[in-house]
Design a protein around this ligand. Sequence first.
Ligand code: FAD
Length: 408
Amino acid sequence: MSNRSNLFPETVERPTEAVPVSFEDTSIAFSAQSNSKLRKTYWLFALMNKGWLVNLGTFFIKIALRLHLPIKFLIKNTIFEQFCGGESILDSEHTIKQLHKAHVGTILDYSVEGEETEKSFDETTLEILRTIERASESTDIPFSVFKVTGLASTDLLEAVQIGDSLNKEQKAEFDRVLKRVDTLCRRAHERNVRIFIDAEESWIQDTIDTLSYAMMDRYNHERPIVYNTYQMYRWESLAHLRRDTEEARAKGYYLGAKLVRGAYMEKERVRSHEEEYQDPIQATKEDTDRDFNAAIDFALANRDVLSICLGTHNEYSCQYCVRQMQEMGIPHNDPHVYFAQLLGMSDNISFNLASADYNVAKYVPYGPVEAVMPYLFRRADENKSIAGQSSREYKLVANELRRRKGCN
Ligand SMILES: Cc1cc2nc3c(=O)[nH]c(=O)nc-3n(C[C@H](O)[C@H](O)[C@H](O)COP(=O)(O)OP(=O)(O)OC[C@H]3O[C@@H](n4cnc5c(N)ncnc54)[C@H](O)[C@@H]3O)c2cc1C
């Protein structure tokens, strides 16, 4: 054995239980990656698995960016290349094409964060309109997506949620938010492009929900166009999904639901503790997992009115959904069921599901390097855990490199 292969971690064991779609087939999972790209992915995951290095790297990158040091090239050729499509839609075309070859769709995610001016809200609206137009041109982009905080100030969304009486200026500001949201959903409806509204923190989520249901009632009467997001780490979400399905049925529109576990757990726990209100998050991970899978069961049984997209990197949940679909005789590519993962993560799930003819898409974030840094820091942070999907992915990449070496 050469020194190089000694660097690879142990081969991942196949689960003993028979599974409907195997996520172990690395030749399918990494078919879109050349040897050199795969080696780069391997080293990147190897580095990101070292928590101290991620913390140190994040610290120095933040300082370097603040001091305008020339590190953009380094970022662009490493972490940005792994997790982003490019700096613009045009830049992302290569990724869109690569994914499409493997029957994986793209969800263009304009990932600029932290801008809180009316000008930036209008610019973001225009950019998302471009993603809708691009999606309408071909079948390789099945969904568009936006975050309401890209179109509105968090303070305003929170003020609306707690029922503060808005002054004249705030009312005008909120009218502009309503107009931006409507502009995006209307265009999506006109172009027949499904559009996700991402879920965010609980202290603004009621406002986002209210906007989403208004949009669905306006644009989902012929087919599901607007999808709201349900965070199953919130103990109320399963009941809300049931309630909203009944309401959609009663009002005669289709409910679109992206099911996720939820991304803001730590923040939510800290705030509810500090401000002494009931923690909106489930007590344990097992409770979140239970409700996520219960939501799958509920959705599959209510496909007459409910369409879902599972936004998850959890292999068990994906297998669970596949198994339930099989048992219920639901075709693999049933238009009411989609799976979605983030670019650069869980390719073993996305590509193997797509290869078995399930509907799959990847969020492909894009935007200027400096502006997507918060997104990239979150990905690096998520991938530093030794346990879990990222470490598993590191092993799968190693397996595939070893397999390719054996084929030569
Ligand atoms: C395509 C896509 C779209 C997404 N869109 C959104 C979005 O709009 N809004 C959003 O908030 N997130 C979104 N996410 C992120 C998502 O919510 C999760 O944070 C992330 O995917 C990890 O969860 P998992 O199901 O992949 O895997 P897992 O690793 O199985 O689950 C991890 C998740 O479980 C939950 N959890 C962990 N520990 C506990 C605990 N002790 N108690 C209770 N719950 C716990 C947390 O939600 C944590 O993120 C999206 C993810 C994807 C792939």
